[in-house]
Design a protein around this ligand. Structure first.
Ligand SMILES: Cc1cc2nc3c(=O)[nH]c(=O)nc-3n(C[C@H](O)[C@H](O)[C@H](O)COP(=O)(O)O)c2cc1C
Length: 257
């Protein structure tokens, strides 16, 4: 069994390659009734946001019991994972979980303020080769925790300083809908935090549970969801080529429709 969080499909694609029995973390947390899972191996795959797991993934790791002799964690990232391994290992250990394997997976970077997404997707990141190696490790029940260096920890300090420059001093709440919004509601259905409602044919945001994942911006059919800070190409949006919009809705939808 493998649990995943995804905004644009990278982590879902990776999770599917590792184990066909995938479960969405936002849906598990929404249901609230399932608080214990048991299996021979349990995986957790998620995108890093400022090197950390999304807030929902942090809550999942803290609150849900995972009974397994082999817990593996695959953070996906686009450029720099810094001390992501330490950060997730600390969260696990605080709730009595001891991961056997943590290995970061380089994929397309979907952080819109940093890259022109149209250029980013041209980069060859050898995802399938990395996945094949990780799958072989997991098949062999290899015990491995990717090392973290002092330079990695300093990189995280740099990120924390950058975060303080953001409008709300956090990655959440960076998005809003422009007048191009037609009120189709796709953004509401891909939002894992249930932050968006459509009223008077326009998307309205309540950022309380915003994960900062940018799923809404990437999925908007009108490119009407933009960022409060400059982005190199507001017309470039992304979804992993192996993943459909329906997959993202299935993973994240917190609305009734
Ligand atoms: C708000 C935000 C913050 C991010 N922070 C980082 C980061 O610190 N380092 C990094 O290498 N990638 C970062 N990324 C890129 C994602 O981790 C990466 O693209 C991931 O594979 C996306 O997975 P998904 O398609 O499953 O959502 C960030 C993306 C977003 C939206």
């Amino acid at each position: 069994m493998v649990f995943y969080f995804t905004a644009t499909g990278n982590s879902l694609y990776a999770a599917r390659q590792l184990d066909p029995n995938t479960m969405s973390i936002p849906q598990v947390m929404r249901c609230g009734c399932l608080r214990r899972f048991s299996d021979e191996t349990i995986g957790v795959v998620y995108p890093i946001y400022g090197h950390r797991p999304p807030e929902l993934v942090q809550r999942f790791l803290r609150e849900v019991a995972l009974d397994t002799p082999y817990l593996y964690i695959i953070p996906t990232y686009g450029r720099r994972y810094a001390n992501a391994v330490d950060l997730v290992a600390d969260i696990c250990r605080a709730s009595g979980k001891e991961p056997a394997y943590i290995n970061c997976l380089l994929m397309a970077d979907n952080y819109l303020p940093a890259f022109d997404m149209d250029e980013e997707i041209k980069l060859e990141k050898h995802v399938d080769e990395q996945l094949a190696a990780i799958k072989a490790d997991i098949g062999a029940r290899k015990r491995y925790i990717q090392p973290v260096t002092d330079a990695d920890r300093q990189a995280h300090e740099q990120f924390l300083a950058y975060e303080q420059e953001l409008p709300d001093k956090q990655l959440g709440g960076l998005v809003y809908a422009t007048d191009k919004c037609i009120g189709c509601g796709v953004c509401a259905r891909v939002c894992p935090g249930g932050c968006i409602r459509v009223e008077d044919s326009k998307a309205h945001f309540d950022y309380t549970h915003c994960q900062g994942c940018l799923a809404c911006a990437h999925a908007c059919t009108q490119k009407a969801i933009v960022l409060k800070i400059p982005e190199p190409n507001p017309n470039a949006r992304y979804r992993n080529e192996h993943i459909t919009l329906k997959d993202i809705v299935y993973a994240n939808n917190q609305t009734r429709n």
